[in-house]
Design a binder for this molecule. Structure first.
Ligand code: URA
Length: 238
């Protein structure tokens, strides 16, 4: 594949912009400046640099972001900055999208990708992917609250009660809740229906993939094959 096309596929701009980067001597492969936009390379796993920054060719982009509070999961945010402002332009350019959404005040594990099948697979409520939330509550957590969340609570516009897949008390005013649906404001609505209130919400796990302890709020990282395997490594319902 021509280096100009490679750069374009990775989000470095229009074909014309990529050509200009190459002609300006800003692109290198294996330490050698490549100034001919038509030079061919095998793209799989290609390591190259643009203006001194190293990149690896990826046919598809799969990543996770440690979402901080105060960011919206939208490309057209209304009241807060967009999570896309936390990613390099190259990723926004290649049409990376959020896999499901977290509220602006929710923190934690957010998956993003530019692969339609992946986005559908991991945002579809039908697949019953477990998602683990660390919930800080306004009022004390007691056994009755845990029991109510496990038994199921009535939510407006839902035909049947919604139950947590798992729920444990983690502190005087905190609990760990696992849900397998992805309904609008689900955790906040469940806690409200059970007579408490969410003060802070953090998603720590999706499927079998946990937010790494060393990924600080606002930081992102690629998902490698092992991460993608981990994501699916949970018992799926038939
Ligand atoms: N449930 C909520 O209420 N908010 C989120 O951001 C995620 C799950």
């Amino acid at each position: 594949m021509q280096i100009e096309r490679i750069l374009h596929s990775q989000g470095f701009g229009s074909r014309k912009e990529c050509r200009a980067l190459i002609r300006a001597g800003l692109v290198a492969v294996a330490g050698r400046t490549v100034d001919n936009p038509a030079e061919d390379f095998a793209p799989a796993g290609l390591e190259f640099s643009v203006d001194g920054e190293a990149w690896t060719y990826r046919e598809k982009a799969f990543l996770m972001l440690h979402k901080p509070a105060g960011y919206e999961c939208s490309r057209q945010p209304q009241f807060h900055p967009s999570v896309f402002a936390l990613l390099p332009d190259m990723l926004a350019n290649r049409d990376v999208q959020c896999v499901g959404r977290l509220d602006q005040d929710t923190t934690g594990l957010l998956l993003l990708a530019d692969d339609g099948q992946f986005i559908h697979r991991w945002s579809s409520g039908k697949k019953r992917t477990p998602k683990v939330y660390e919930v800080t509550t306004s009022h004390p957590v007691d056994d009755a609250l845990i029991a109510a969340l496990l038994k199921g609570v009535e939510l407006v516009d839902e035909p049947a009660p919604i139950a947590a897949a798992a729920c444990v008390k983690t502190g005087e005013r905190s609990l760990r809740l696992t849900i397998t649906e992805g309904k609008y404001h689900q955790v906040k609505r469940m806690l409200a229906a059970a007579g408490n209130h969410v003060k802070a919400l953090h998603r720590s796990v999706v499927g079998g993939l946990a937010l790494p302890a060393d990924l600080a709020a606002g930081e992102w990282c690629w998902l490698d094959d092992a991460d993608l395997d981990r994501l699916s490594a949970y018992p799926e319902e038939a």
